[in-house]
Write a protein that binds this ligand. Structure first.
Ligand code: SF4
Length: 360
């Protein structure tokens, strides 16, 4: 069975070597067997949470069609320039070129960044618009989910208003990721492009029942639909011995959660670190905090891991870049207590030694 679609490209722009017909239509299959074929034979695309058509966008780059490559990415992800820098790249773990005996995986993520950066500066985005639906939708939160939903709903003809608590849109991308990993110029341009088709953005508005906040019930009355895309703007608590209420971190001077450290900094607070900085954690936030601490003047910076660096859920590049900044990784240790001096400031962190278990 075949479906015919107009995908908003110029008729001379092919994809996967398949040229549109004389009317400019591209013919897609909707046969379930074909989807099964893709899942089995294009494992990178299957691993991508957005289902990005990776072979097609790499082929477009090979043909020198960076704008087309960007558009192919943008069909399923309105922030290719952002993802080309910060995606955790599950696609590359599944790349067939990385299978045993085949060498290294294709740098799929960096290719996405290439397409975003090398397209013409005057590249005009193509969008397929539906007529006005007459429906109004409120979206709470302007992180990646809120931005993507606002873009897609506006294309469908709905009137969309996005409510954002912070002064700038972008959520964790704007307030959680340091600028050296994600330049704000790239982020803000892609957010602007996602919202440019009539989405109204209201920043500095908190939805809630507190003083000065906008009640959710009011949104439900005023809009045909309300989408909550508030994400998870909260740190993962550090479980410590005898600290059932999770208060030890807040009560110990010079200790704070990495997420709050980055959030405060991006809200404009002046952050200070000492000369010796210990970061507990193994994800992107931990590495970001360590690298920010280096830029704030930290000299002896270490990242403490329960496991070893081979198993932590960040890309190899991130580890290399942290090491190039003279940040050390100390593995097989779990923090169990924070000890303070008489002034309440951190004096030491107590760890227990781990060993790699048989579950690996
Ligand atoms: S880099 Fe990320 S967004 Fe891009 S194809 Fe891979 S998993 Fe998908």
């Amino acid at each position: 069975m075949a479906r015919t679609g107009r995908i908003g490209r110029q008729p001379d722009e092919g994809r996967n070597g398949v040229e549109p017909d004389a009317q400019g239509n591209v013919h897609y299959s909707s046969d379930p067997r074909d989807f099964g074929w893709v899942a089995e034979n294009v494992p990178c695309q299957t691993a991508c949470p957005a289902g990005t058509d990776i072979p097609a966008y790499i082929l477009a780059i090979l043909q020198g069609k960076y704008g087309l490559s960007y558009e192919i990415n943008r069909e399923v992800n309105v922030l290719p320039g952002v993802l080309g820098r910060i995606c955790s790249r599950p696609c590359e773990d599944q790349c067939r070129h990385g299978w045993p005996g085949n060498g290294d995986p294709v740098s799929i993520c960096h290719l996405k960044r290439s397409a975003a950066d090398l397209k013409n500066r005057g590249h005009r985005l193509k969008e397929s618009l539906y007529g006005p639906s007459g429906k109004k939708v409120a979206i709470v939160g302007s992180g990646p989910a809120g931005i993507a939903a606002a873009h897609d709903l506006s294309l469908m003809g709905h009137d969309v208003v996005v409510y954002e608590r912070e002064e700038q849109p972008g959520g964790m991308m704007q307030y959680g990721i340091p600028e050296f990993r994600l330049p704000r110029e790239i982020l803000n341009e892609e957010i602007h492009n996602a919202l440019r088709l009539g989405v109204e953005l209201k920043t500095g508005v908190t939805i809630g029942t507190g003083e000065g906040e906008l009640p959710l019930s009011q949104l439900r009355e005023e809009y045909d639909a309300v989408l909550l895309a508030t994400g998870c703007m909260a740190p993962t608590e550090l479980p410590l011995r005898g600290d059932r209420m999770g208060e030890a971190v807040g009560k110990t001077g010079n200790v704070e959660y990495g997420f709050e450290f980055l959030l405060d900094m991006h809200r404009g607070a002046e952050k200070h670190v000492g000369k010796k900085v210990a970061v507990v954690g193994a994800g992107f936030t931990a590495l970001d905090c360590a690298r920010v601490a280096r830029r704030l003047g930290g000299e002896d910076i270490s990242i403490h891991l329960r496991t070893t660096e081979e198993y932590i859920p960040v890309t190899r590049d991130e580890i290399q870049e942290a090491k190039a900044e003279n940040i050390s990784f100390l593995g097989l240790r779990t923090p169990v207590a924070l000890h303070s001096d008489e002034s309440g400031a951190l004096a030491s962190v107590e760890f227990i030694q781990n060993r790699l278990g048989g579950w690996r």
